[in-house]
Design a protein. Structure first.
Length: 557
């Protein structure tokens, strides 16, 4: 019979083993070829290392025990050669298991070893004493090994078969069906000693496996703690960055629910963050101000990768509707594909836009009024010019003509003072005629339609200088014209302006011993500047703003 001490040892060993973390080992093809064990919840390399090492140890122990048993049989009972079949069959089983083990077919090696050893133990128990056979003590080791290497299902199968064999052996002993067996203490001692030694080896392997797994668990726990700490730090950094942005930011899932919002969104709407999270944009939409179907389409487009930009009217917690500028982009939020919406309150911009629109409307009204006034003024100016042309020219011509006749025909009858008066009358009449011509020119300018083209001012000045030189041959001024001075403008008006400037330059530099006139252009930060310079008497620059005003003169000729 099995001793009570052996039963106690195996019971404690099995109980201790079941308290360890015992994940089922699933043998899967490794990337290097063959098979390897993967222990759920532990590093697969460690699980494979311990399983393969333990299996090899079991094969070696079985082979060594078989050889020792074979030698013992040859020494103790050399005449019973039939009993050599047992150890020889165990050697065959261990050899086959070693073959599969060398090919990294661990599952096949374990099954061969387990079934072969279990079958041999069962046969030996039948022929060596039934329930009292020393070989029965190997059943717990077989069950333990199957549990470790093949999983609990195989261990239960071996346990069921072992219990069934024990029941059958008990019935066979009761009915005296088993062969008689002589008591051989030496054989029992060898078997019991081998089992105890192998049990110690298994216990050592279990403890080492437990310590390795415990160390791995501690390592994984430390890694997990580090990751949790890093994640907490990352989340804090994310939250700080998320909330320091001035814009309102919303994180939305595919259904359009707010997953998170920053402080900018809380300030914009006046709702606490907890109230906004879980709702959709419809919750904060101003009634009747948004096309929500269009907003949904834009969200779908944003999820497909197209950035969206639109205006949305929101509703604050106090019931105030306000416009905001929204941009939608697809993003990743803690591993989840989301929409990231950024929004700016554009209430002030809308007010400014409305003010600009109001000012533009007001300006348009004023321009229309001013245009009407200018049109009326132009009509009055035309009427005035017509009046000047017809009503004032005739008396002036009479004054000038009769003064000329008086000076020619009665000159000898008038003293020098009288002649001086006549000269002054003629000069005043001629000057008045010149003013009338200027007024008529001004009237024509206001009625001209501008034609902006590219004008070569240098060529235009040269033409005007030629005309002025021919009309005033007594002029001694040296004129210098810089070439390639081109400007955009109306050719007729530019000609009129340059003619006046050149005439003034000739007039007011004529008293200089060496009169000189220059025309040119130069580039400045504000653009191109064109100039007419002379070395005449000049004028005070404080009156420069009056230079082009009608009927203004800055000095006497």
């Amino acid at each position: 019979m099995i001793s009570g001490e052996a039963i106690g040892v195996y019971w404690c060993l099995l109980h201790w083993y079941t308290l360890l973390p015992q994940p089922e080992i699933n043998w899967q093809p490794s990337t290097q070829g063959g098979l390897m064990g993967v222990a759920a919840g532990n590093d697969e390399t460690i699980a494979e290392e311990h399983a393969v090492a333990y299996l090899l140890l079991a094969i070696v122990c079985l082979a060594a025990g078989s050889v020792l048993y074979l030698v013992t049989l040859l020494i103790v009972v050399p005449d019973q050669t039939t009993r050599l079949a047992g150890p020889l069959s165990l050697l065959l089983v261990s050899g086959l298991a070693k073959y599969f083990h060398s090919r990294r077919k661990i599952r096949a090696a374990t099954i061969v070893l387990g079934i072969g050893l279990w079958s041999e133990v069962t046969i030996m128990s039948v022929i060596t004493g039934g329930l009292g056979a020393p070989a029965l003590v190997l059943y717990p080791l077989i069950i333990l090994t199957a549990s470790w290497l093949l999983g609990m299902r195989h261990a239960l199968a071996f346990a069921f078969m072992s219990v069934l064999v024990c029941v059958l052996l008990a019935l066979a002993e009761t009915w005296h069906l088993l062969p008689p067996v002589s008591n051989r203490p030496v054989m029992s001692l060898l078997i019991q000693s081998g089992v105890l030694i192998f049990t110690a080896v298994i216990a050592n392997r279990i403890v080492r496996s437990y310590q390795a797994r415990l160390g791995e668990v501690r390592h994984l726990t430390q890694q997990l703690d580090n990751r949790v700490t890093a994640l907490a730090s990352s989340e804090t950094s994310y939250r700080d960055l998320f909330n320091t942005v001035n814009e309102a930011i919303y994180i939305l899932d595919r259904e359009g629910h707010f997953l998170d919002v920053n402080d900018g969104a809380v300030l914009m709407y006046g709702h606490p963050r907890e109230r906004l999270i879980g709702h959709t944009p419809e919750y904060v939409s101003a009634p009747g101000r948004n096309d929500l179907a269009r907003v949904r389409i834009m969200m779908e487009r944003a999820f497909s990768g197209e950035q969206q930009h639109f205006e949305f009217w929101g509703l604050r917690a106090n019931g105030e509707a306000f416009p905001k500028d929204v941009r939608l982009v697809r993003g990743n939020w803690f591993g989840q594909e989301v929409l990231i919406a950024t929004a700016n309150d554009i209430t002030e911009q809308e007010k400014a836009k409305e003010e600009i629109q109001r000012l533009a409307t007001d300006l348009e009204r004023k321009v229309s009024t001013r245009t009407a006034e200018l049109t009326e003024a132009n009509r009055e100016l035309e009427s005035f010019a017509y009046s000047i042309s017809h009503d004032l020219r005739a008396p002036l011509r009479g004054i000038d003509g009769f003064s000329h006749l008086l000076n020619e025909e009665y000159r000898d009858k008038i003293d020098s003072q009288g002649r001086d008066y006549l000269d002054r009358i003629r000069r005043a009449a001629q000057h008045m005629g010149s003013l009338i011509d200027d007024i008529l020119d001004l009237s024509r300018v206001t009625r001209l339609e501008l034609h902006r083209v590219s004008v070569d001012l240098s060529q235009l000045v040269e033409e005007l200088v030629g005309e002025l030189t021919r009309s005033k041959p007594e002029s001694r001024a040296a004129v210098s014209v810089e070439p390639d001075c081109v400007a955009e403008g109306d050719p007729q008006l530019l000609r009129m302006m340059l003619q006046n400037l050149l005439e003034n330059a000739l007039k007011y530099s004529s008293r200089n011993v060496s009169p000189r006139i220059e025309f040119g252009c130069e580039s400045t930060d504000g653009g191109k500047v064109y100039f007419v310079r002379d070395n005449g008497v000049g004028f005070d620059m404080k009156y420069a703003d009056r230079l082009f005003a009608p009927f203004q003169r800055l000095h006497k000729p």
